[in-house]
Design a protein around this ligand. Structure first.
Ligand code: PHE
Length: 365
């Protein structure tokens, strides 16, 4: 009898211990903050050296009659604890994914980030703009060699070999065999296109030739490679007023409606008469006087020099196999860089910056 009572109370003691352990597990699982914490608990309570395993060992001290009861309870606690840990893991794991989803959420409807995109060089932009302006009045862009014979660059333009006027065009000569048309040069101006265009024999001639030119010069107002745009108009009865009207149209289209041009007498071997073309200053409006009544710092006297022009010389027409008694025409040739730099708002104090490929400069246009 005593023995049974003793066994019974031992069983009661064991069951109490198991229940207490179950509560402890539940509490601990409740407090666990993450999955690795739960895994620790699993080892601590249910592992081979865990607290529940230690209790199970004590079961051997119970009598055979009651041992299964305690064993079943211990097993139940083990299974329930395992389930509880799984459940908890699921909850904590879900929370991890939720916060990940918040952190790494991607809005697929959001506009994408555009890759950086370049743009055309300002001189290419200028070429396109000028071509467009002349297209509107029927001038078509021509393309002629930028390495050409002396004949087209000088001789056919009424500048025989050794003529002192050639000095102005500080020419690069090619190390190439001389032909009937003379030496080869890097074109020092776009006027080589004049006779080449006349040779086509189609009238009226309305050409705009925009090309690279080369001269042995480099300083704040010169680059050894630059551009000119050359206009040539040849037809019957062409007069200076056609020249004036055309250039005035261009000045207003390119620089703005308030700008005006003036013709100043000059001398070129290939035009007669010849002019230097000026444009009214955009800063002082052609008065030469700044807003504060002092001399305009940009132009000093109201006008800025654009470039040369004139009526095509009869010898040039003849060189292009055109009869000067039947046809007449005008030509003009201006530096593209110079002309562009006279646009309002342009404050370029060294022309060479145009070709330095400095992104900080180029990006502004
Ligand atoms: N070719 C001349 C120059 O380079 C400009 C010009 C062209 C002058 C056409 C008159 C006519 O300076």
């Amino acid at each position: 009898m005593t023995a049974i009572i003793l066994f019974d109370s031992l069983l009661g003691y064991m069951l109490d211990k198991l229940k207490a352990l179950k509560k402890e597990i539940e509490k601990a699982a409740d407090k666990a903050k993450d999955i690795s914490g739960l895994e620790q608990l699993e080892i601590e309570y249910l592992g081979r050296k865990g607290k529940l395993t230690a209790l199970l060992k004590d079961l051997s001290s119970l009598s055979k009659d009651v041992r299964p009861k305690a064993g079943a309870m211990a097993n139940q606690i083990k299974q329930e604890s395992l389930k509880l840990f799984e459940l908890k893991k699921g909850e904590l794991g879900g929370a991890v994914f939720e916060s990940l989803a918040d952190k790494e959420r991607e809005d697929v409807t959001e506009p994408g980030i555009r890759p950086p995109q370049g743009h055309l060089h300002i001189m290419t932009q200028a070429i396109r703009e000028i071509t467009e302006i002349f297209n509107k009045i029927g001038f078509v862009r021509a393309r002629y060699p930028e390495v050409d014979w002396d004949w087209y660059a000088f001789e056919s333009l009424n500048m025989p070999p050794d003529h002192p006027a050639r000095d102005e065009w500080e020419t690069f000569f090619m190390d190439a065999p001389t032909s009937k048309k003379g030496k080869m040069v890097l074109t020092p101006h776009t006027s080589n296109a004049q006779v080449r265009e006349l040779e086509r024999g189609e009238f009226p001639v309305r050409m705009i030739n925009i090309a690279k030119c080369y001269r042995r010069q480099s300083d704040i107002t010169h680059v050894p490679m630059f551009h000119q745009f050359e206009g040539l108009y040849v037809d019957k009865d062409v007069s200076i007023s056609h020249l004036r009207g055309t250039l005035d149209y261009f000045a207003k289209a390119f620089f703005g409606p308030d700008r005006a041009i003036r013709l100043r007498p000059h001398h070129f071997r290939f035009t007669e008469p010849s002019f230097e073309i000026d444009i009214s200053c955009g800063v002082c409006g052609g008065t030469g006087v700044a807003a504060d009544k002092t001399k305009c710092r940009v132009c000093k006297q109201g006008w800025l020099e654009l470039g040369g022009a004139g009526m095509v010389h009869p010898n040039v027409l003849k060189a292009g196999k055109v009869d000067p008694k039947k046809y007449s025409g005008f030509a003009f040739g201006w530096g593209l860089e110079r002309t562009y730099m006279m646009k309002e708002g342009m404050k370029i104090d060294d022309i060479r910056i145009l070709y330095k490929n400095d992104m900080r400069f180029l990006k502004q246009f």
